[in-house]
Design a protein around this ligand. Structure first.
Ligand code: ATP
Length: 227
């Protein structure tokens, strides 16, 4: 449970992401999706309940320690450093890491996933297209070497073709051993990418199950119709 003052943003929310999963959380504006992701990273205080990662309690841990443990957030609206170039943005993603060789490998992997970023290493992040900025935000997240990559609406403001590419990249990242927690309002991306899913409504989990179950549910049908 998470409260902002007296207002309850999440109420007794219970969910899990197993190793190797791509789990999606769908829900309308204000459902509590971003709050949930921020709570995993220690960015909002928990009013009650527990969060465990790989068997260890995360409550009250500092964000930089949580990132070192392997949970990384690609935040809503990307939150890049617009006046820094692509390479500097990526390098900042690895700022908590010491092993330079591993960081270099990570960078090569990011360039494999997003070749366009390699072409634009010296370009200022703020001058990239929306799609390229989102790729950079995901790339910066990967530079922290996550075991669980959390993404907050990576489809926001992107063209349908770019959204489709993003889905393929997320599956590729997952195949290489990274579990994914994907918050999305775009049901096409969410249901086309995830293996399991939850639906949030005004701070409550109203559905949890396999992606096939979610696809067959009235919740997905309503979401497709934009209700
Ligand atoms: P969106 O898709 O619009 O980002 P969301 O599902 O991510 O929505 P949250 O941003 O987590 O939802 O918000 C959940 C609830 O908490 C909303 O009612 C929102 O107005 C409220 N809220 C979020 N952040 C704050 C804050 N810093 N202070 C007060 N209330 C907040």
């Amino acid at each position: 449970t998470i409260k902002y003052g007296l207002s309850v943003a999440l109420e007794n929310v219970s969910l899990e992401v197993n190793e190797g999963d791509i789990v999606t959380i769908i829900g309308a504006n204000g459902a509590g999706k971003s709050t949930l992701l921020m709570s995993l990273l220690g960015l909002v205080p928990i009013s009650s309940g527990e969060i465990y990662f790989k068997g260890k309690l995360l409550n009250n841990k500092k964000t930089n320690d949580i990132v070192k443990d392997g949970i990384v957030l690609v935040p809503e609206n990307r939150q890049l450093f617009p006046f820094l170039n692509v390479l500097d943005n990526l390098t900042l993603g690895a700022c908590l890491r010491k092993n330079k060789d591993e960081v270099k490998n990570n960078l090569e992997n990011v360039f494999r996933l997003f070749p366009i970023l390699k072409e634009k290493t010296k370009q200022k992040a703020g001058t990239l297209s929306g799609g390229q900025q989102q790729m950079l935000a995901v790339g910066r997240g990967l530079m922290a070497n996550p075991t669980l990559l959390c993404l907050d609406e990576p489809s926001l403001g992107l063209a349908p073709l770019v959204i489709e590419e993003m889905g393929a990249v997320l599956k590729d990242i997952n195949k290489h051993g990274v579990s994914i927690l994907l918050v999305e309002q775009n049901v096409h991306l969410a249901l086309g990418t995830a293996t399991r899913g939850y639906a949030l409504k005004t701070g409550n989990v109203i559905f949890g199950g396999t992606i096939e179950e979610l696809k067959a549910s009235d919740i997905a049908k309503e979401a497709y119709l934009g209700k």
